[in-house]
Write a protein that binds this ligand. Sequence first.
Ligand code: SAM
Ligand code: SF4
Length: 335
Amino acid sequence: MGSSSSLLTDTFGRHHNYLRISLTEKCNLRCTYCMPAEGVSLSPSKHLMTADELYEIAALFVQQGVNKIRLTGGEPLVRKDFPQILEKLATLPVALTLTTNAILVDRFISHFAAAGLKKINVSLDTLNAQRFQKITLKDNFKQVKKNLKLLQAEGFEIKINVVLIKDVNDDEIIDFIQWTAHEPYNIRFIEFMPFDGNNWERSKTVGLQEIQEQISCHFGLDQVIPLTSAPNDTAKTFKIKGFKGAYGIISTVTNPFCDSCNRLRLTANGKLRSCLFSEEELDLLTALRAGKPIEPIISKVVNQKKAIRAGLEAPTNFEDPAHHSKNRSMIRIGG
Ligand code: SAM
Ligand code: SF4
């Protein structure tokens, strides 16, 4: 296992031991909060990291102290060489995880186990089939529910990512929590965040305080038990007394958790970003292909990382649409 290195420690002393790698900009869903309605212009495939390049870059990060890698996208499972990528990454001394919409899970589940993957985040924003279609513009609700059961039967630890949007699915908070009475899922309510082309408005974000108020009002404050979060966890986690599962809230908009951020993001076309909200990214892939060292580029990205949300500290700043329109859409960053 790589040790802590100064290359991945920023000017605020935050050590970055968690790398999120986007495998593709493509997706088999069209979630309206993620994918701009007009679609996204995709990078030409020769500009995307091959499985070997992705491994080479990942291995260097692991040497420098990364001990957790999450595969994301777009939808990571639409990448045809996903099994090969996973197999190669599994040779690294690192905890591998995956974020997926679960549509193709049945096709790849044997590869997950073989690669030692134990924890999977599944995105599911509603428990209602019709609403699923409205949010994702596709009709895969049954398939996602079926694959969730499959993952559960195979013993994977499952977190469910729910992006809450006012008047879209915020009336399902209690239903999701009720689901955890008998299912061991960890539901993670994510505040709706602004990205290019996703029609974000501050008033559509359902904040931590509002979520907690709804839950404690319904179940009773004394039934809500705070759980201990891991040191760099983005979610504040709770459970309802006696329930099998738990829930957490990821409050990027109303309560950013930047002071303990340990994440770096590698896009499918080999660009390194220090923050979801940063418009700045530097190109590792072109340097790698030219046979140049990529460490100085990594160092520059890490050292330029700002204290809070890429410099968008004040809520007014963060909420200014001009800032989001310059940023990539979420589907091209890798959430
Ligand atoms: N396709 C995979 C999936 O949906 O799980 C992985 C990629 S997706 C971009 C990763 C996560 O980002 C998902 O949980 C998704 O809900 C979340 N996400 C996308 N757009 C978002 C937004 N505008 N605000 C908050 N979360 C968002
Ligand atoms: Fe695809 Fe995931 Fe974005 Fe939905 S959230 S469009 S599943 S990448």
